[in-house]
Design a protein. Structure first.
Length: 254
């Protein structure tokens, strides 16, 4: 039986059940192949992301990991199933409302470099902050937060550079800072360390964890990766294969 929601002391809140920020239930998705056959990409996927947690999904190429991220990120819809974001059911929600939720509450790290070529790194980050906040200028607090995150990911010296001037590793770290702009509740990361060596990859994930835990609101991170060492940094690990999502191990301390 679920506990009633009560206003408790910080100590009691620390021990309270985790808050579900994103819940997917019975997600199915299929595509039609050129020969007309249906290809089942996701088959009844259930997943819950709780505040302050990092969840990893592993699986072979073509297993549907990126498709699932796009559905959870409200950039694509499932054939069937239900998605709830921060207490709001997404199914049949007007497109404008869904787009607003995605803008304000979801940060997405793509596999490809999503920085705008004509803007410097700092201009890119400030641009995203304005989009997320819905304002015409970047606040002093937001700019200070961007600079702090740039320092933590070692790209302070890149802020005045254009994307074409960055190494692949620098571009990856800049895109990670970009996906954290606006302090989203849900952070979705598609192969976040693909362009980093093993040492830097682990450092970046540890830094992302620190940033999330230090944020003004407890967010949740979902990352998909081929790297088992990176997946091991998560609180919960799932495997996606042939459209079926299975938990590999429980939450730490569970």
């Amino acid at each position: 039986m679920d506990r009633p929601l009560l206003r408790a002391s910080p100590e009691a809140q620390h021990d309270a059940a985790p808050v579900a920020l994103l819940r997917a239930s019975g997600i199915y998705k299929s595509y039609t192949a050129p020969d007309g056959d249906a290809i089942d990409v996701l088959r009844g996927v259930d997943l819950e992301l709780t505040a302050g947690s990092i969840v990893a999904i592993i699986g072979p190429s073509g297993s549907g990991k990126s498709t699932l991220l796009h559905i959870l990120g409200l950039m694509a819809g499932p054939d069937s199933g239900e998605i709830t974001l921060d207490g709001e059911t997404i199914n049949d929600m007007p497109e404008a409302r869904r787009d607003d939720l995605r803008r304000r509450k979801i940060g997405f790290l793509f596999q490809f470099n999503s920085l705008i070529d004509e803007l410097t790194v700092e201009e890119n980050l400030c641009f995203v902050e304005r989009i997320k906040s819905g304002t015409k200028s970047t606040s002093v607090q937001a700019r200070e937060r961007l600079h702090a995150r740039a320092r933590s990911l070692d790209i302070t010296g890149c802020l005045n550079l254009y994307p074409r001037q960055l190494s692949s590793g620098q571009a990856t770290r800049a895109n990670i800072v970009k996906c954290l702009c606006g302090d989203p509740r849900i952070i979705l990361m598609d192969e976040p360390t693909g362009n980093l060596d093993a040492k830097n990859a682990k450092q970046v994930i540890m830094e992302v964890k620190r940033i999330v835990e230090a944020g003004s609101q407890r967010s949740s991170v979902l990352l998909v990766t081929h790297n088992l060492e990176i997946a091991a940094q998560a609180d919960r690990v799932y495997a996606l294969d042939q459209g079926i999502l299975l938990e590999k191990r429980p939450m730490k301390g569970g």
